[in-house]
Design a binder for this molecule. Structure first.
Ligand SMILES: [Zn+2]
Length: 492
């Protein structure tokens, strides 16, 4: 080879190397601008009293959505709804729980009257009617009438005018095709309607979490209780609560009976059937004239469970994921190295009410589905020391970008799992996208270091580990930028 060619080859390689060194330097500048301090502030803001627990459909949620939109706008992330806004609206009824209400065990043959305590013993129902009901307590197991499955919790018992004591879920646990037959009976709304149809006056639900994914039924008052209260209601029956429940599930055989206890449930609520809620959606347009037609979606739910009796801040679930996405959006928007593909950020509403926001998006996508590389869903990404990428193993072409960024700059434990068919009801916004035909990876934190207070008043900013949130935002920034600029992958 002529020496002149050698010199120009050398110069050429030198420039490529210098250029990529400059690029890396620029990327690292943005990388280092992501701080745990900011991440904690975002999560603390969203978990604060002013948004009242971000109940989808309520003014508190709408205020939180406006705050997120203003943050995106400030960062230069563009609105992408046809009306020029960040908000994609959908109908979303909601119920304002005004006080903790009360739950009383009424005096009986073997027991004195007892007032249960909020929030230690019970939570008021998130969609309870307002008023007071009282009556005999009937244990109805899972509260399911499924003739085709030869299973009926109500076959031998009259619940008219009574308070039913009921389990969540179904008495079938394996995730196989048989579970599919139970799926319609796994919804809280089905269970409530069935009890109401049979004339029950009220309900005690054995699952002490706040949960707006239930039905508001006129005159139907209910509360959530913990197992100790259920155990107490079983006293004197000769059966233990936990054993009874386990036997029903094990044998798939109902065991409903009248307990020798009376309770009174009071609730004070205000129902808004015609309310609406929204997803907050913003985007960073790709810098490449061709590749910008392809998009990567990053999503997570912004809503939480509101203030049923007191503030349920929803910090880990899911102010943490929302904060991670916001910080990553800011980093990607300010990055000197631009993403070639378009990046769409979706903060979902209505997740806790039954995945309304992701359903809305999948039905009315703002980006053509066939031009979406993948959707990354973040739920509860703020307590731990490592990361988990659900479905990641099935999509190594996406996972690799996360693993490389982690190996090179973050050194956290990062594990991934394969896609597995879920025969039960979908439980995450990611599952709705999956059903809609998208390639979905679910990012969460692993190696939990603080207690998890799920749908509980203590799920506040103190329950978060800001360092992992910083690293989640950094991981998103690096891996999404890399994925957005990867020439080797595409939508086909
Ligand atoms: Zn969640």
């Amino acid at each position: 080879m002529h020496s002149k060619y050698l010199v120009s080859l050398f110069l050429c390689l030198f420039f490529i190397r210098a250029n990529s060194q400059d690029q890396e330097k620029a990327i690292l500048t943005t990388f280092h601008s992501i701080s745990s301090h900011d991440l904690l502030n975002y999560a603390a803001e969203l978990s604060s009293e002013k948004y009242k627990g971000r109940l989808s459909g309520s003014p508190g949620y709408a205020a939180a959505a406006s705050w997120v939109a203003s943050q995106l706008k400030q960062a230069g992330v563009k609105p992408c709804l046809a009306d020029g806004s960040f908000f994609q609206w959908f109908p979303n009824a909601y119920c304002d729980v005004l006080t903790p209400g009360s739950l009383t065990l009424l005096a009986g043959k073997d027991n004195p009257e007892k007032e249960y305590k909020f929030p230690d013993d019970y939570y008021p129902g998130s969609n309870s009617a307002s008023g007071t009901v009282s009556g005999d307590v009937v244990y109805v197991g899972f509260g399911i009438s499924a003739p085709e499955l030869n299973y009926d919790d109500y076959s031998n018992i009259n619940v008219k005018g009574k308070i039913v004591l009921m389990e969540t879920g179904v008495p079938y646990k394996s995730n196989d095709s048989a579970l599919q037959k139970w799926e319609p009976y796994s919804y809280h709304r089905y269970k409530f309607q069935r009890a109401r149809e049979l004339g029950a006056a009220g309900l005690l639900y054995v699952s002490k979490i706040a949960n707006p994914n239930t039905s508001y039924l006129e005159g139907f008052v209910y509360a959530h209780i913990g197992e100790p209260v259920a155990e107490e209601l079983f006293a004197g029956t000769g059966q233990k609560y936990a054993e009874t429940r386990a036997a029903i599930a094990k044998n798939i055989k109902p065991n409903s009976f009248l307990l020798n206890k009376k309770v009174k449930i009071s609730a004070s609520t205000n129902y808004f059937p015609d309310s609406r809620s929204c997803n907050v959606i913003g985007m960073i347009e790709g810098s490449d004239p061709i590749l910008k037609n392809e998009a990567i979606i990053i999503g997570g739910h912004l809503d939480a469970v509101g203030s049923p009796g007191c503030l349920f801040p929803g910090a880990l679930d899911n102010a943490s994921g929302s904060a991670d996405i916001l910080a990553a959006a800011k980093a990607l928007a300010s990055s000197e190295v631009k993403p070639a593909r378009t990046i769409v950020f979706v903060f979902f509403g209505g997740e806790e009410c039954g995945l309304y926001g992701s359903e809305k998006y999948v039905k009315s996508p703002i980006w053509p589905k066939e031009k979406v590389i993948c959707m990354i869903n973040l739920d509860m990404v703020g307590n731990g020391t490592g990361f988990h990428l659900g479905n990641g193993k099935t999509f190594p072409e996406v996972l690799n970008h996360f693993s490389e960024a982690n190996d090179k700059y973050l050194h956290r434990d990062l594990k991934a799992s394969e896609v597995h068919v879920n025969y039960g009801r979908p439980r995450t916004d990611g599952a709705i996208f999956e059903k809609g035909g998208y390639k979905v990876l679910e990012l969460s934190t692993s190696g939990t270091v603080k207690p998890v207070y799920y749908h509980a008043p203590l799920d506040n900013a103190d329950a978060l580990t800001p360092e992992i949130m910083e690293d989640a935002a950094k991981l998103l920034y690096l891996s999404i930028l890399d994925l957005a600029n990867d020439q080797g992958i595409g939508v086909k």
